[in-house]
Design a protein around this ligand. Structure first.
Ligand code: NAD
Ligand code: UDP
Ligand code: UDP
Length: 343
């Protein structure tokens, strides 16, 4: 039988069922909220490849149908245009909850909506997990550490977050989402998993989403100067998307709640990142300094000892290996089939 055929035999949960179906072996029914976005669509590819049935729930705010279009017509795939701020009834085994804009430009665009997505959206998905006995994974963020006073950041660090700043809708929203996940875990026995994701890049990122890697790559390809905010000495640690997806799946399938840092410990200043982009795309690329944004964290680097020890996970792809993979995707999307795309 096809994997879809086998799925016909899977027990359908009744409302109120408490058996954790997340533990069931074989193909699973999985919801990926935010599955039409950058990270979500790569996760969907892996789950479909593994034989699972996947329902993407996405309002297409920053996600694109193009990211998942290659699954249209597959009976194991479904795309539902839905805003997680509204309640939703589904019968599934696992919920990967990614729905939330990730680029600072996008999440600051409508900050109240960002908070609602993180708080009400996460509450709804936890309510769904509780009702059907599904396992729930939250994609939290390194932003919960704010402008960190501890370096590198360990999961036990409580962070240094401004509650009333322009980034708070995201930082505090995700912190509340973590709180909700832990309260549903402790109070309603929902099986939860929490990932704290550090800066991730790769194919399918929105070309003009304002994040630093996508900005530098698009600018260098278009022969525009790379915009360095502030003095460019602030640091970030950049993870290739396939490493993240592997970490998320190990976390979901494993027995540990977390939180777990998922990131690549390779740390770069923005000036160093610009140098790597120059090496990969165009040695003549230039940079242009711009004023920095408010509350920009000065440094960020994950301590991944916990994920190494308990999930057996660590990233495999360095920035110099991963960047060319993203560049070829950006080249195609920016230039189409013109000569520059083929360079
Ligand atoms: P993205 O913006 O590409 O994807 C987010 C997806 O969620 C989009 O498809 C968007 O349309 C959808 N969405 C947003 N609000 C929604 C709502 N109210 N209802 C339904 N769908 C909604 O971002 P991404 O980089 O793929 O990030 C995915 C998740 O990982 C986010 O939760 C983000 O906070 C987290 N994360 C990402 C990074 C990173 O560097 N990419 C770092 C830390 C955390
Ligand atoms: N919820 C949902 N889908 C479900 C179950 C619940 O969207 O299958 C929503 C529900 O509308 C509520 C939230 O999740 O707003 C929290 O649900 P829970 O049952 O935990 O709390 P209650 O409904 O008792 O407030
Ligand atoms: N940044 C930059 N130039 C850009 C975009 C961002 O120098 O065109 C800097 C930004 O000030 C921050 C870092 O790059 O210090 C990472 O920003 P991004 O928005 O990618 O993610 P963040 O980690 O801040 O969420």
């Amino acid at each position: 039988t096809t994997p879809y055929g086998k799925l016909q035999n899977v027990r359908i949960t009744s409302p109120g069922a408490k058996i954790p179906l997340g533990l069931k072996p074989g193909p699973k029914r999985i919801v990926v909220t935010g599955g039409a976005g950058f990270v979500g669509s790569h996760l969907v590819d892996r789950l479909i490849e593994r034989g699972d049935s996947v329902i993407v729930v996405d309002n297409l705010f920053t996600g694109r149908k193009e990211n998942v279009m290659h699954h249209f017509g597959n009976p194991r795939f479904e795309l539902i245009r839905h805003d997680v701020v509204e309640p939703l009834l589904l019968e599934v085994d696992q919920i990967y909850h990614l729905a939330c804009p990730a680029s600072p430009v996008h999440y600051k665009f409508n900050p109240v909506k960002t908070i609602k997505t993180n708080v009400v959206g996460t509450l709804n998905m936890l309510g769904l997990a509780k009702r059907v006995g599904a396992r729930f994974l939250l994609t939290s963020t390194s932003e919960v550490y704010g402008d960190p006073l501890q370096h590198p950041q360990v999961e036990t660090y409580w962070g240094n977050v401004n509650p009333i700043g322009v980034r708070s809708c995201y930082d505090e929203g995700k912190r509340t989402a973590e709180t909700l996940a832990m309260d549903y875990h402790r109070g309603a026995n929902v099986e939860v998993r929490i990932a704290r994701i550090f800066n991730t890049y790769g194919p399918r990122m929105c070309i003009d989403d304002g994040r630093v890697v996508s900005n530098f790559v698009a600018q260098a390809l278009r022969k525009e100067p790379m915009t360095v905010y502030g003095d460019g000495k602030q640091t970030r640690s950049f993870q290739y998307v396939s490493d993240l997806v592997e970490g998320l799946m190990r976390l979901m399938e494993g027995e540990h709640v977390g939180p777990f840092n998922l990131g690549n410990p390779g740390e770069f200043t923005m000036l160093e990142l610009a140098e790597v982009v120059k090496e990969v795309i165009d040695p003549t690329a230039t940079i242009e300094y711009k004023p920095n944004t408010q509350d920009d964290p000065h440094k960020r680097k994950p301590d991944i000892t916990k994920a190494k020890n308990l999930l057996g996970w660590e990233p495999k792809i360095s920035l110099r290996q991963g960047l060319p993979l993203m560049v070829s995707d950006f080249r195609k999307r920016i230039f189409g089939n013109s000569k520059q795309a083929l360079r």
